[in-house]
Design a binder for this molecule. Structure first.
Ligand code: HEC
Length: 491
């Protein structure tokens, strides 16, 4: 499996402080820590050591960031590096799915779909191991037990591998101190003479900020805060994109990982097309005048590849404008609904709130049934996308009502909020608000929908197996000639 390295995987604006035990309300940014007794997992707490038990956990879930050049504040590779952080590691990992949690992957594990791609989160048993180790004085153990060190791609390499096509944005000169700049930074012709389907895309910023620039923060290392872009066929004059040929690409944000699309639906870059860098947000780094550009690396499917499924069909759920955030209040909720007009497979969930955001849930309503697909914590220091495993992704019939819920806290408990005395409405800056699911989906034909459901059913071993994201999986299979899914009975 390809490891996705989150190079500088951070949108770190402030340092959240580890939570203290409090009641868990829907919006509480600082819930109780989750503690587990080692004995319940058959672990002898006094026998847990760094080299044998803890180092493998850190390798899998932490070192992609916590290593030299990894983007996190300190490396966690050797015992000497890790030991001073033992208590802090116990605390941050035990927060589990709320602001400040490590690793920053906030899926709540007690409801909804739990199978995600590249999930670095820790199991109850791993938490019990770390907790027993720390409580027992964080011993090193036998150096011979230490697993061999991991080898990582250098931070100046593409994490998707060598791209087939690299496109460059124009160079932007950004003053050391200045207002944020939004807007269109133009077209980048692809130069393609034939249609090609893209398997993976990665966006990287190149700039002239030196490594030893006087800031340890990610905000000091980059100026492109984000870039929303699309592509399509160039018009005859080469001055714009022909309207109905447009494809939207996943957003680029500082620290966001590369996108590797599911095998069945490559995304099209047409012959004679261009990228349209339609909405950039550029932020002065406060250190030096900076010259920067973005590079877009594309890996293609082989020539002749035809996607089984159509293009990405974003179910953009939420409300970007009509937002009313009350100062100094916890437990605020936003709700938005939309109806699926086609059978839909949801590929990824990407909660997007701003500083007051603490949690987002995605639900599907089908007939009298109300499914929670996912609830995840939210920390605006981090931009995370949650990609479902192919065989667990929500498989929803047309007519399903999608419901997304955002939870907000503007009390002093939420340290991401710069000034909690102010009312705030919708807007692009972090001090204004948003409420959207930036995740994406694919529309399925009736036949594709039935095929996917049949695969799910085949994997279910008894009638007690239940697929949370698939309300019709147990519905009686309809005879060939009747293909309507309306009114399918519930199990
Ligand atoms: C995707 C990158 C990433 C991963 C994975 C990750 N961290 Fe972090 N970690 C960070 C960043 C960035 C910070 C500083 C910002 C913050 O606190 O959110 C941080 C902060 C911390 C801190 C607090 C440091 C301080 O100054 O108090 C601890 C402890 C920590 N991480 C431990 C871990 C452990 C243990 C794991 C794995 C179980 C892990 N991290 C996984 C990026 C990561």
């Amino acid at each position: 499996m390809q490891i996705r390295l989150l190079v500088g995987a951070v949108t770190m604006l402030m340092m959240p402080v580890a939570g203290t035990a409090q009641s868990i309300a829907g919006s509480d940014p600082h819930p109780a820590v989750h503690l587990y007794a080692a004995e319940e997992y058959g672990i002898d707490p006094t026998a847990v050591t760094f080299t044998k038990d803890v180092a493998p956990i850190l390798q899998r879930s932490c070192q992609e960031c916590h290593r030299v050049d990894g983007g996190a504040p300190m490396p966690l590779t050797t015992f000497q590096e890790v030991r001073p952080w033992a208590r802090s590691i116990k605390q941050r990992t035990a927060i589990r799915d709320r602001m400040g949690a490590m690793p920053p992957f906030y899926v709540e594990k007690d409801l909804g779909i739990l199978e995600f791609k590249d999930d670095p989160s820790l199991s109850d048993e791993e938490l019990a191991t770390i907790q027993a180790w720390v409580d027992n004085g964080a011993p090193q153990g036998d150096p011979a037990d230490m697993p061999p060190p991991l080898v990582f791609a250098k931070s100046d390499e593409w994490t998707i591998g060598e791209p087939d096509l690299v496109l460059r944005s124009r160079e932007m000169v950004v003053p050391a101190i200045g207002p944020d700049r939004w807007g269109d930074i133009g077209l980048v012709p692809t130069g393609l003479t034939e249609d090609r389907y893209v398997k993976a895309v990665e966006v990287r910023e190149f700039n002239d900020i030196s490594d030893d620039a006087a800031s340890g923060t990610v905000g000091g290392r980059y100026v492109f805060h984000h870039m929303t872009y699309s592509s399509g066929v160039l018009n005859e004059e080469g001055t714009g994109i022909v309207g109905d040929t447009r494809t939207r690409w996943p957003i680029h944000e500082v620290g966001r990982n590369a996108d590797i699309f599911p095998e069945k639906f490559g995304t099209l870059l047409q012959a004679n097309s261009a990228l349209h860098l339609g909405a950039s947000h550029i932020h002065s780094n406060g250190i030096q005048e900076t010259t920067a550009h973005l590079e877009f690396g594309f890996i293609f499917h082989p020539k002749g590849y035809e996607p089984e499924y159509g293009n990405r069909a974003p179910v953009r759920l939420g409300n970007g404008t009509d937002i009313d955030v009350i100062p100094g209040r916890s437990g605020q909720e936003f709700h938005a609904f939309s109806v699926l007009e086609q059978h839909t497979k949801i590929v990824a969930f990407e909660p997007h709130l701003h500083a007051p955001g603490t949690r987002m849930c995605l639900e599907a309503i089908w007939g009298a049934n109300h499914f929670t697909l996912s609830c995840v914590g939210y920390d605006h220091n981090w931009v995370r996308q949650y990609v479902y495993e192919d065989d667990a992704a929500p498989l929803l019939p047309k007519g399903t009502i999608m419901h997304v819920i955002g939870f907000l806290d503007t009390t002093a408990a939420n340290e991401n909020v710069a000034d909690n005395r102010n009312w705030a409405g919708g807007g692009r800056r972090s001090v204004a608000n948003m409420f959207i699911d930036l995740g994406y989906s694919v529309e399925l034909t009736e036949e594709q929908f039935q095929t996917e459901m049949a695969e799910r059913r085949a994997a279910m071993t008894s009638r007690n197996d239940y697929d949370v994201g698939c309300p019709l999986c147990w519905a009686p299979v309809l005879p060939e000639e009747s293909t309507t899914t309306d009114g399918g009975a519930q199990p």
